[in-house]
Design a protein around this ligand. Structure first.
Ligand SMILES: [Zn+2]
Length: 93
């Protein structure tokens, strides 16, 4: 899990925000890992506003024992990016 702290919702001030994941299966690597396309975005469950979506390709194998291919990222990385996108937006006055 990412430890990036989410700022409260800029619209309603709510601070128990959710990070949503949308997952789409794209196929398999040559090593039989499943390749997913995950999209993360921060959502306010109170007023339904939503931060910018951040997507990337993620491999099914959690303990990937080697270098990640350059086209792949990790769930942690995507969550952290979604959190940064949310916090950046929350800063805009
Ligand atoms: Zn809100």
């Amino acid at each position: 899990m990412s430890d990036t702290k989410l700022k409260p919702c800029p619209f309603c001030g709510y601070n128990k925000l959710k990070i949503d994941r949308k997952r789409k299966r794209e196929g398999y690597t040559g090593l039989d890992d499943i390749v997913y396309y995950d999209t993360y975005s921060v959502r306010c469950p109170k007023c339904f506003s939503r931060g910018g979506a951040v997507g990337g390709r993620v491999l099914s194998r959690i303990s990937y024992d080697g270098e990640l291919p350059e086209w792949a990222t990790t769930a942690d990385e995507l969550q952290a990016k979604a959190a940064r996108a949310w916090n950046r937006r929350a800063n805009n006055d």
